[in-house]
Ligand binder design. Structure first.
Ligand SMILES: [Cu+2]
Length: 147
């Protein structure tokens, strides 16, 4: 289980990029071809918009940012994307392309960002070395060795 022990509200992620083609960017532009549709730029990128949040002044809020960074997400070997709920508990098969904690914040910061969590738990089913990084600070890296 990962958590963010820092005193400041700076987010970090635990992101396993098992297929380099599924790497994702922290922020990416979206085009808005209609009032209800987002289009990823460039097309085919590993991104999706986070849409939602609390209504403000009676209007729904829309946040055009990469939901595959903000939210806990897995992409399986066939490319199926699954957005998990906050504080996700994930079972890693080892064949995934991408598994991300979403933004992890210290517990007393609650869920300051849409989709953010305070913990991320992974159970590894297969032996191997699993490298991970923080998407916000890509120089922050770690590995889990499963024997
Ligand atoms: Cu970080």
């Amino acid at each position: 289980m990962w958590y963010n022990p820092t005193l400041v509200g700076e987010p970090h992620t635990v992101s396993f990029v098992l297929d380099n083609k599924s790497n994702t960017n922290f922020a990416i532009p979206f085009a808005v071809p209609s009032s209800t549709k987002f289009m990823v730029l460039p097309p085919g990128s590993n991104v999706q918009p986070t849409v939602g949040g609390p209504p403000m002044n009676g209007m729904n809020t829309i946040i055009g940012i990469n939901g595959r960074v903000y939210n806990p997400v897995s992409i399986d070997s066939s490319g199926n994307v699954k957005v998990m709920s906050q504080n996700a508990n994930y079972t890693m098969a080892g064949s995934e392309k991408y598994v991300n904690s979403g933004l992890l914040l210290p517990k007393d910061k609650g869920q300051m960002y849409p989709g953010s969590s305070n913990t991320f738990t992974v159970t590894f089913q297969k032996a191997g070395t699993y490298n991970y990084l923080c998407i916000v600070h890509p120089w922050m890296v770690g590995k889990v060795i499963v024997k």
